[in-house]
Design a protein around this ligand. Sequence first.
Ligand code: DGJ
Length: 694
Amino acid sequence: MTHTYRIDTGRQTLVLAARNTRLPQVVYWGAPLPADEDLAMLHAAHAIDITGGMLDENPDLSLCPEASRSFPGQPGLILRDAGGAPVLAMFSLVDAVQTATDLRLTYRDADNGLDLICTFLSDPETHIITCQTALNAEYPVYLDWLAAPVLPAPQHSETMIDISGRWCGEFQLAHTPWSAGIRLRESRTGRSGHEHFPGLIVPCHGATNTQGEAYAFHYGWSGGHRMIAEELADGRRQIQWGHAAGSDTQAATHFSTAPLYINYSDSGLNGCAVAFQRHLRDRIVTWPKPDTPRPVHYNCWEAVYFDHKLPVLKDIATRAAALGAERFVLDDGWFGRRDDDTTSLSDWIVDARKYPQGLQPLIAHIHGLGMTFGLWFEPEMINEDSDTYRTHPGWVLGRADQTRGRQQLVLNMALPAVREYLYGRIAAILTDHPIDYIKWDHNRVLPMPDAAQTRGTYALLDRLRVDFPAVEIESCASGGGRIDFGILQRTQRVWLSDSNDALERLRIQHDAALFLPMAVTGSHVGPRICHTSGRTLDMSLRAWVAAQRHMGFEMDPRELTDHEAAVLSKVTGWWKQNRHWLHSADILRLDSADPAVIAEQQLARDKARFVVFAGKAATSTQIVPRPLRLTGLDGQARYRVTLVNRDEAPGLSRGAPLLKSGSLVASGTYLMQHGVTLPWSFPDRIWVLQGESL
Ligand code: DGJ
């Protein structure tokens, strides 16, 4: 007997099928199947042949491949009993419950007292399928590995794209050819990490940003994860995601993976990106004030660092407001005796030396300028030079002789007393001051991966959010060290990178757009001489790159020339005029014919307007720009396309391309097939094109 289940999102169908009561396997995942497709037939057709040297029955690549059935690759579950002996589970069906959007499958291993539950939730609007695996045991067991529902990777694919990175260099796409064996990515630092953003895209033959088929995965967990992409000797390919191996350190009777978000696209990598962007913005993030536009930020970190002086901060706030800022975020340095990064973390009390009358005078000044006020915390951290450490040395996570990171240690967030203390301190500050924003930092890795730590952090965030529902939170971890749908379920913005170098940022945010929408992605105009790259870039590039995402400033506004201030005000004005539709627009990465150009198109949901950012990140090899093909437009519609910053064409651009003097009116087909011919420009510049359908 065959059990079959299908999950549809309108843009994809996923078919599961099982022999008798066994765990099911994915027998189809791709473009939508007809409603009357014979799923049992697909199951029969899916069976692969057996030849010499193989078992007489081919082990299924099931939702949780079982070692007990001689599965030849990584099993989906690795378990030990209380004495440390391996438990080889073998599951059979107990229950299957399906609604229009949900599927819940329960399996039991009676001999070992285990239940395995796999759930699927399909979203017909975002086209994301969310799946998760849970394990219940009658007796406490040790979990070494539990995979979220295991999925096959396509055969018609040559490479996989996963994501590497580093501090100031987040979201680097790593292309790896498929070959026999395992590609394993693991974040063992207790954060999703700069080094291993938990995402994977498997493009099929010939897929580009704008066309072809692709499959995509994101594991929504902030505590460190493992990804396994394995090609078995028989040629099948499996994708597994779970918490970093061994990060559940205690024997327990219940375990669960984080949600795994998956989708199939027939419109290139952009189809996957748009699904993730929409799902994150419209389903995962909860917005305290959904109808209020994203405010332009000012963050004082790179202007003053720890040197907080009230008159200076007031002056900076006044200038930031004049440039267009709407929210002032007071960064590190306001509490304890925090004059540098050696001291005071966890002493969340306003420093009376710097703020003798508390924060109120600064906040009142900021409010008087029409801005709201945000404050920096790094709740999970502690310095040994702090009153809290002197009172509670036992609150630290890990060994006393562990290596420090930025001179700091980590608080053990699994301890209720630690969470209670942090809640009390943060709640007191939020109660005593009109604060609408927290920048929540996390600047060092954990001494070891520990899922309980992440659960503790989530619990603290959840409690604060219940009691202070109007406060927005930004997730920062030395820039983009903690970006994932788990933390974004509790926050509204990510500090994508500590690099405010606009050229680096152009690339980072381009690649991050495979997962992140504009609305959550912070991007700031930094100091003229970038503090992390030493590079000096023109204000136009710096401002427009920030305007590609949730815009902000982070330089000392006192350094701006009149010209720089004018350019920044103009671009900020443009952003404010357009943010109402940019907030819900899709970011589409363009297939630039010139590798020197990093280009994207932000397309309104109704396709009635778009903006294209074409950044020239290097000197081109050819003389004049290659036409830039747009995407996602209505081929029959006519669009008026205008170069927003055409006044920036340099003197060396001596010709008369239409866009230098006027607008181009053309069909979507022309714009997508031939592309837009831009004027010549220097490298390190960006063209901004706006289009509207007529
Ligand atoms: C690291 C963050 O990424 C910076 O933006 C800043 O908040 C510092 N921490 C403060 O210590």
